[in-house]
Ligand binder design. Structure first.
Ligand code: OOG
Ligand code: NI
Length: 472
């Protein structure tokens, strides 16, 4: 029998093989990432593995898919449920501050520490908000509903195998083979001709709407390896003549601890696609829908740390607005140096980052009583803090990745016809639509931290920060 984490690892590996075959620049990205990681490991030794073993980091990928309806999202939930992946986090990309895209998203990923350590494969999953009148007028919305109701993204055999794998948390060898084959096939780019008459008007509203609702299948639109030095990777990819987008999204490169997530990508490549005109004739065209991205992960921030991060992004925007684009990174570095603790120790003591805490076996034994605050326990060598890696995504960076990879941004809005609301969506509503709870990422990190605090000897449990769960 094949256990769930092996199913997940097998799926990630086969998907990666398929993607590498179809999008050769992805293979280059994976090769360069591996080289960079080996160099960093040589240079920094054990320190390079502070945020994950080299085994985990080398195999680590995230992908992204986009679907059209709650029904499709429920099916996606079943396929990923089979792989031990749960929806975590709610991202509303319709927000104008993040880019006004007609989608809401979540990320499917493992949540338990040992599952993450085995294989942390995750998939950023977006759903089109067909009923949002800010994007689609009544006529288009109704036509989208009809079109999406008539397509089938996943064959019933795949879903039946998925349900079994989820319930039993394993599959037989033969079923595994079939499940993986059908699952990977469901995320391949379809060769079926695209109806131009249907695709083009959707594209005028939003390129992402066309990518989701203009065709009869879904596809993985990028697959992302993890790298230990993203600035170095960016330089090496550029040297190899691969045109990267002009920025690294997320926190700047700076002297302090790595936090959250930094990402960059190469632009979607024009791939040949068959296009069908209204008169039925088929011609060869090209579409840009698949791209490559790379990520570097840092320490997860607490709610308070995250509020600070979002505020710093705003500050960087404000200060950078009057400067040339090339200076943005330098502005960001200055803002970070002014506001973010320069050490892991201070990040922990100020309760801005998530860590697990461990009693130091040979802690000071001069008979003094340990202090009661976290800062003191850390400074006095009683406790050691291990960073918790950020396992999620960032809405503004995600929007940046979307935008840099859409052919046209579209009008972004319909005339606002009809009486439909702007389709209020939040984590609860998405949970209801999907029939699965969208988990709160902060609660997951808190749980991990609190478990480590709970097993400390009573005298070493800090009484102040970090606040125990629910106290804030
Ligand atoms: C998803 C873009 C978001 C990320 O890494 O932030 C994403 C998409 O283009 O469908 O993958
Ligand atoms: Ni991505």
């Amino acid at each position: 029998m094949v256990e769930q984490w092996r199913l997940r690892a097998g799926f990630a590996e086969r998907l990666s093989r398929m993607y590498g075959r179809e999008v050769p620049a992805y293979t280059t990205l994976v090769d360069v990432s591996r080289e960079v990681n080996e160099d960093v490991l040589r240079k920094r030794g054990a320190d390079a593995e502070r945020l994950g073993s080299i085994g985990r980091v080398t195999a680590e990928r995230h992908g992204a898919i986009r679907v059209g309806t709650p029904r499709e999202l429920r099916q996606v939930g079943r396929v990923f449920g089979a792989l031990g992946m749960h929806p975590v986090g709610f991202y509303d990309l319709r927000d104008t501050t993040t880019g006004a895209l007609p989608i809401v998203s979540t990320a499917f990923r493992p949540v338990d520490e040992d599952e993450l350590a085995h294989n942390p494969f995750r998939v950023f999953t977006s759903m089109l908000t067909v009923s949002d009148a800010r994007f689609f007028d009544d006529g288009l919305s109704a036509r989208l509903d009809t079109f999406l109701a008539g397509r089938e993204l996943f064959p019933p055999e795949l879903l039946a195998l998925a349900d079994r794998a989820e319930a039993e948390r394993e599959l037989s060898g033969a079923d595994t083979e079939r499940f993986l084959e059908l699952a990977v096939r469901s995320f391949e780019l379809s060769a079926e001709p695209i109806d131009e008459d249907w695709y083009a008007p959707l594209e005028r509203v939003s390129a992402v709407a066309a990518d989701i609702g203009g065709v009869r299948s879904t596809h993985i639109n990028h697959l992302t390896p993890r790298v230990l030095d993203i600035d170095e990777l960016y330089r090496r990819m550029t040297e190899r003549g691969i045109e990267m987008i002009d920025t690294i999204q997320g926190p700047p490169h700076w002297a302090g601890p790595d936090v959250l997530l930094r990402q960059t990508s190469f632009r979607a490549l024009a791939e040949p696609r068959a296009l069908r005109a209204a008169d039925g004739s088929v011609r060869r065209g090209a579409l840009r829908v698949r791209f490559g991205e790379v990520e570097a992960r840092g320490i997860a921030l607490t709610r308070e740390g995250r509020v600070l991060y979002d505020r710093l992004l705003g500050l960087v925007d404000e200060r950078a607005v009057s400067r040339p684009r090339a200076e943005r990174a330098a502005v960001a570095r200055t803002v970070w140096a002014e506001h973010l603790p320069a050490t892991e120790h201070d990040l922990a003591a100020r309760d801005l980052g998530f860590f697990t805490y461990h009693a130091v076996p040979d802690r000071p034994a001069d008979g003094r009583r340990p202090p009661t605050d976290l800062g003191g326990l850390l400074a006095g060598g009683w406790l050691r803090a291990e960073p918790i890696v950020y396992e999620d995504f960032l809405p503004r960076s995600a929007a940046g990745i979307f935008h840099s990879n859409l052919d046209a941004t579209g009008s972004g809005e319909s005339a606002g016809h009809g009486d439909r609301e702007s389709a209020a969506y939040d984590a609860d509503r998405l949970s209801g639509a999907m029939g699965r709870d969208v988990l709160d990422p902060f609660a997951l990190y808190e749980r991990q931290r609190d478990r480590s605090l709970a097993v400390l000897p009573r005298a070493l449990r800090p009484t102040r920060a970090p606040r125990p769960q629910g106290a804030s």
